[in-house]
Design a protein. Structure first.
Length: 123
C-alpha cells in the first residue's frame, strides 16, 4: 500500500513558530535537526506505520464543553479518519489518517503551550 504524507498550512505555520521559538531560546540549530528528523524518521515511520501514534480521540475531556467539542470533531472527521499523536524527541505531532493519506496537522515543541486547531474548525 502506497501511503502519502501531506503537510497542512497549519503545520507549516507551526514550523515557523517553532523556528522563532528556538531562535528566542538561542537554539536555532535545533530547527535544522527538527527538519532532518521529520524527513529522515517521522515521515518514513508514518508512511510505513500510520497507526504508530496514540489515538487522540480516546482521551476523554473533563468538561461538558470539552465533550461537546470532541463529539463535533469526531463528526467532522468522519468514520474513516483517525486523529493521532506522535512524539518525536521534544516534539508532539498531531496527524490524521484517512485512507492512504496522512495529514500532518500540527506540531509543537514540548515547551510550547498547546495545539491551535482554529483553522481546522470550519472544515
Amino acid at each position: 500500500m502506497s501511503r502519502r504524507v501531506r503537510v497542512t498550512s497549519n503545520f507549516d505555520k507551526n514550523l515557523v513558530d517553532i523556528h522563532r521559538f528556538l531562535e528566542e531560546q538561542e537554539a536555532s540549530r535545533g530547527f535544522q535537526s527538527l527538519l532532518e528528523e521529520l524527513f529522515e524518521t517521522v515521515i518514513p515511520n508514518l508512511e510505513r506505520f500510520p497507526e504508530i501514534g496514540v489515538d487522540f480521540l480516546t482521551k476523554l475531556p473533563r468538561s461538558m464543553e470539552g465533550l461537546m467539542h470532541l463529539q463535533n470533531l469526531k463528526q467532522r472527521l468522519g468514520k474513516n479518519t483517525s486523529l493521532r499523536e506522535y512524539i518525536s524527541g521534544d516534539y508532539l505531532i498531531l496527524y490524521a489518517v484517512r485512507g492512504d493519506n496522512i495529514y500532518l496537522l500540527s506540531i509543537k515543541h514540548h515547551r510550547q503551550l498547546s495545539f491551535d486547531l482554529k483553522e481546522h474548525r470550519s472544515r
